[in-house]
Each structure stands twice: as structure tokens, then as C-alpha cells.
Design a protein around this ligand. Structure first.
Ligand SMILES: Nc1nc2c(ncn2[C@@H]2O[C@H](COP(=O)(O)OP(=O)(O)OP(=O)(O)O)[C@@H](O)[C@H]2O)c(=O)[nH]1
Ligand SMILES: [Mg+2]
Length: 462
């Protein structure tokens, strides 16, 4: 990672969401940031004001002197800024037209339009944050619950960065030992070095396993747990959705085939963001519209991370139920016996067909009974991966998880190599590969292409 600040051109973007608001912020970064802002600002001389001050004044169009907006301008001199470059933030009066005009003026007077994520990219390239921290900036922006936000803040703080750096140092130490061994074979420390390497490989591998266990939960935190509620018509799927959301979102009637389309809504369950999907009841039908609905239900079912299969406990199981149970057998699922307030015809105990170790719950959507237990069950599924998460680090990105798996593969090669009695300098190659891969996680070793791709996922102005 470069340690000294490299010089880049000056970039500008609107950093607040598009639309009307109380204020909008136009941000500039680069060594010409203050000079460019000064050209369109009437007020105190921005090049003379103290760093980290906010200054009242007006933006005017230098071409005709016309007034654009009344603003507050923050001037922050490098290096104590988000990008480690000079940063200027112009607070405008929230309107779309005025804010755009300010940006256009800046672009006309020497700034270049920033690419998505370019401010954060500079923070990385200028060595203020590592890649895991840059990713956490994006996580923070997209966080759907407090918990997701907390995880992102921890990572922004550098928790994962430190953990990975420590692992890399351990590997480096053991590699140094190998070098000594190769350079001075007369010391006959062969066995010692091999043992050391094996011990280190196992230790690092265990740490990586621990991190990978959190990846599932991290993914859920980021993207929400896609949860499809499925079942034959009229079993109470929409009623359950409404109870879980605590609002009358989906239409409920006693007509079988009420829900025709897929209804989606995010809900926060103990900090777990859940994307709940209510679906059309699955049955064989000749109705043209319902048929399409049933197809959509099947697609939702396929794509779901978790399936809630709803059965009506007041009626005999029919083929449609059994088919659905079979179709969801290999899915992570919760089976629900709804309408528990009515005389039971089927119970989990008497249903021979369900030979599964899935969680089975009894509920009554009408009486709001058992809904808490559904929530607790979902929360448990999420927390399963975090049980021995002593490092307080959660892997939230697929990129990080992929690299961890790759690093672990190298370690497996180290371990099996040693066990097979391979020469130490060959084992060393795999250990070095692991060190490199871990470096990719933090961005200590990186490819330009990857960096460009990563930051392009950011929003504009960040
Ligand atoms: N007694 C009783 N009735 C329920 C319960 N849950 C739902 N119902 C009733 O069952 C009927 C169907 O409920 P919905 O929630 O529309 O069922 P659905 O599975 O979404 O039905 P479709 O959209 O047609 O597939 C309605 O009359 C509900 O009031 C329950 O727990 N107990
Ligand atoms: Mg419905």
C-alpha cells in the first residue's frame, strides 16, 4: 500500500442523495480543491481560512456574477481528511437545481466529476484505510439494521485489518525461520522448522475457519435473509406475513387463491434484516392468472435462503402439501402448523410424512400465537454462525470470504505437504501463497483492475 500521498486531479460530486432535502453537500477533493471552490465563492478568502473551519458565504457564477445559493463551506486541509487530500464541502440549500448548478460550476472551473466510490478509493490509495475498511464504508451506507451498522463500524475501526495483519506476521515469522534453515543447513534445525511451520499452518487455519463461520451471518446482515412463505392456498401465509410485519400488508380472505403475486417487505427481527416474501398458494390450477402466481412462488422458493412451509393443522394433509414438503427438503426451512386455534386434524407428532429435523412450530395467525417463536427461531439461525466469534469480527463480503477460502486451501497444501515429507522449500511456496492471499484481503497486495471494480460498487459522492 502506498504510504505517501500521491497527487491526483481534483474531483467533485454531490455527496447527498438526489432529491429535495434541508441541505445538500457538494464535495471536492484534491490539491486544487480550495482553489477551485474559491473561484465561485463570495465570502472570506478560502485559501486563507484556518483548516477545519466552516465558512458562510455565497456561490456566484463568475461568468455573469449571478447568485446561485447561500452556502456554508467547510475547508479541510490534508492530511487529516477523509481522502487525506484537501477536501472542501459546500453545504447548499438542498434544492436539486441549485445543488446541480454548484456542481456544474466546480466542473467548469477545474474539477473533474468523481466516479462512484472515488473519494473512498483515494482514502485507500493514500493509505488512510485498508480494503476491509473501505468495504465497511459501503456496508455502513447500506446497513439495514443497527446490528449491521455495528458490524460495519467495528470493521471500519480496523478489527478485521488487525486480525489479518497479525496472521500475516505469524506466517512471515515462520517463513523467516525457513530461510534460516535453507541458508544454514549445517545447523540441522530441519525438524524444528518443519514442526514450527506445521504448528503455524494449523493455528492460522483454525483462525480462518472461525472467520469463515461468520460469513453466512455476515452475508445475511448485508443482504437480508430472503425468506419465502410457501404453502397451498388458504393455509394462512398472508396472515402470518402480516403478523410478522405487524401491519396489514397483504390481502387476507377466506377465498383460496387470494394472493396472486409475490409480496416482499423488509423487516428487522432482533437485528436480523429479513426480506419476507409472501407467495401465491401453490396448487395445480387452470386459472391463467393464478398459474403465473404459482410459477412465481416456485421461483421465490428456489431463490430463498430460508423457507417457511405453512400447513393448515385443521385439515388433512393433501398431495399439494406433501409435494411442497418434498420440494423444500434440501432447503433451510421452518415448518409451521397454522390455525392452531381450531380443532387439530394433523399435528407434528402424527404427521408421518415429515421425517425431518427441521424446526416445527405451531401457530395461530388469527390469535397472534407462536409468532414470537418464529422470530426467535430465525434469530437463532442467524446467530448459529457467531457462537464462538471471540474476535468480534464478522466477514461481510463475498470477496473476503472467497480469499479466506483460498488462503485456507494453501494452508491445507502446507499441512499435507509436510505430512507427506515434502522438502521444506516446496512447502514454503504454499505458505507464501497464503501470505499473499491474506494480503489481498486488506489490499496490501492488490491488482488495479480489482480495485476499480470494487470501488465502482459505491454510490456517487462517497
Ligand atoms: N382459524 C384460523 N384462521 C386463520 C388463521 N390464519 C389464517 N386464517 C384464515 O384463513 C383464511 C386464509 O388466510 P390467508 O392468510 O389469506 O391465507 P393464504 O395462505 O395467504 O391464502 P392464499 O393467498 O389464497 O394462498 C382467512 O380467512 C384467514 O382469516 C389461523 O391461525 N386460524
Ligand atoms: Mg395469501
Amino acid at each position: 500500500m502506498p504510504s505517501s500521498v500521491t497527487e491526483y486531479d481534483t474531483i467533485a460530486a454531490i455527496s447527498t442523495p438526489p432529491g429535495e432535502g434541508a441541505i445538500s453537500i457538494v464535495r471536492l477533493s484534491g490539491d486544487q480543491a480550495v482553489a477551485v471552490a474559491k473561484k465561485i465563492f463570495k465570502g472570506r478568502d478560502l485559501e486563507k481560512v484556518a483548516s477545519h473551519t466552516i465558512n458562510y458565504g455565497h456561490i456566484t457564477d463568475p461568468a455573469d456574477g449571478s447568485l446561485v445559493d447561500e452556502v456554508m463551506v467547510s475547508v479541510m486541509r490534508a492530511p487529516k481528511t477523509f481522502t487525506r487530500e484537501d477536501v472542501v464541502e459546500i453545504n447548499t440549500h438542498g434544492g436539486i437545481v441549485a445543488t446541480n448548478k454548484v456542481l456544474q460550476l466546480l466542473l467548469g472551473y477545474g474539477a473533474r466529476m468523481a466516479e462512484p466510490g472515488e473519494f473512498t478509493k483515494r482514502a485507500f490509495l493514500n493509505g488512510r484505510i485498508d480494503l476491509t475498511q473501505a468495504e465497511s464504508v459501503m456496508d455502513l451506507i447500506r446497513a439495514k439494521t443497527d446490528k449491521a451498522m455495528q458490524v460495519a463500524v467495528n470493521q471500519l475501526d480496523g478489527n478485521l485489518h488487525h486480525l489479518i495483519s497479525n496472521l500475516r506476521q505469524e506466517i512471515l515469522d515462520s517463513l523467516a525461520q525457513v530461510e534460516v534453515n535453507i541458508d544454514y543447513p549445517e545447523y540441522d534445525t530441519d525438524q524444528m522448522t518443519t514442526n514450527l511451520l506445521l504448528e503455524k499452518a494449523r493455528m492460522v487455519s483454525k483462525k480462518i475457519d472461525g472467520l469463515l463461520k461468520t460469513a453466512d451471518s455476515g452475508e445475511i446482515l448485508q443482504h437480508g435473509l430472503g425468506t419465502a412463505i410457501v404453502g397451498k392456498p388458504n393455509v394462512g401465509k398472508s396472515s402470518l406475513l402480516n403478523r410478522l410485519l405487524d401491519e396489514e400488508k397483504a390481502i387476507v380472505t377466506d377465498v383460496a387463491g387470494t394472493t396472486r403475486d409475490v409480496v416482499e417487505q423488509y423487516v428487522n427481527i432482533d437485528g436480523v434484516p429479513l426480506k419476507l416474501i409472501d407467495t401465491a398458494g401453490i396448487r395445480k390450477t387452470d386459472d391463467k392468472v393464478e398459474k403465473i402466481g404459482v410459477e412465481r412462488s416456485k421461483t421465490a422458493l428456489q431463490g430463498a435462503d430460508l423457507v417457511i412451509v405453512v400447513l393448515d393443522s385443521s385439515r388433512e394433509l393433501v398431495d399439494d402439501d406433501i409435494e411442497l414438503l418434498n420440494a423444500t427438503n434440501d432447503k433451510r426451512r421452518i415448518i409451521i402448523f397454522n390455525k392452531n386455534d381450531l380443532m387439530p386434524v394433523i399435528t407434528p407428532e402424527t404427521v408421518e410424512q415429515i421425517k425431518s429435523d427441521d424446526v416445527i412450530l405451531k401457530t395461530s395467525a388469527i390469535k397472534n400465537d407462536g409468532i414470537e417463536t418464529i422470530k426467535q427461531t430465525i434469530s437463532k439461525i442467524f446467530n448459529a454462525g457467531l457462537e464462538d466469534n471471540s474476535n468480534n469480527v464478522i466477514i461481510t463480503s463475498a470477496r473476503q470470504a472467497g480469499l479466506l477460502r483460498k488462503a485456507k486451501n494453501s494452508l491445507n497444501d502446507v499441512i499435507s505437504g509436510i505430512e507427506a515429507g515434502m522438502p521444506i522449500d516446496l512447502v514454503q511456496i504454499d505458505m507464501t501463497a497464503c501470505w499473499d492471499t491474506l494480503g489481498e484481503i486488506t489490499g496490501e497486495s492488490y491488482q488495479d483492475e480489482l480495485i476499480t471494480q470494487l470501488f465502482s460498487q459505491f454510490c456517487l459522492g462517497k
